[in-house]
Design a protein around this ligand. Sequence first.
Ligand code: SAM
Length: 239
Amino acid sequence: LHIEPDLAANAQLTLGKDQSLYLAAVLRKSVGDEVVLFNGRDGAWLARLASDSKKSVTLDLVEQIAPQTPVSDLWYGFAPLKTERLDYVVQKAVEMGAGVIQPVLTKFTQVSRLKHEKLVANAIEAAEQCEVLSVPRVAAEITLDRLIDGWATEQGERKLILADESAASASPLETLTALRGQPIGVLIGPEGGFSDDERMKLRAQNFVIPVSLGPRILRADTAAVAALAVIQATIGDWR
Ligand code: SAM
């Protein structure tokens, strides 16, 4: 369970209404049951329920059971998709090791107003599910132009892998394996794809590496998972 307060500094914690209800009613935890807590800073802690009120569960902290893991260095940029597909790509990015989740607004992006808190909640839920002790940072949305113009200043030497269905069709494996050990990012376009101008501007940047994920046009959410999987398989664990 992800919580905000410091774990190392507290012997007992009382949860808010939503998390109390979740533990007591949904997970049916009762006094004496164990729960694993993390806050993104203090590793994983074993805790035991001292009270199981559905309105306010109290937990006794027992001991730290795992050290804090460093935040992943993988930057993941994507044009926001609609509703469930948006939730899906944020969840998959966390599962597949993103350290920063960056919504990028492009010409054909259909969603321009994002509920940032909802994205953060999704990221936390996914981190809980896959036991990532450091929740990726969900950045505020930015335009593609702003991303390109600020890249060198903000990202330094980091290369940006562009998921591009019109890239030369050679397998991405060699390209990506050659980047092992270097900081990288990956960018996925919207449902409507990148415009020709956007693609030209992206390709003109020396930090951009266009990569094909096969001869078919993938849905944007499928492309996200495919790109992250191939990065995981070639570059491996970038933490
Ligand atoms: N219209 C579909 C949809 O609703 O999702 C397909 C959209 S596809 C154009 C969206 C993005 O997925 C592209 O901008 C690109 O980043 C990525 N993509 C799709 N197929 C790809 C491929 N074969 N290789 C590399 N990237 C791909």
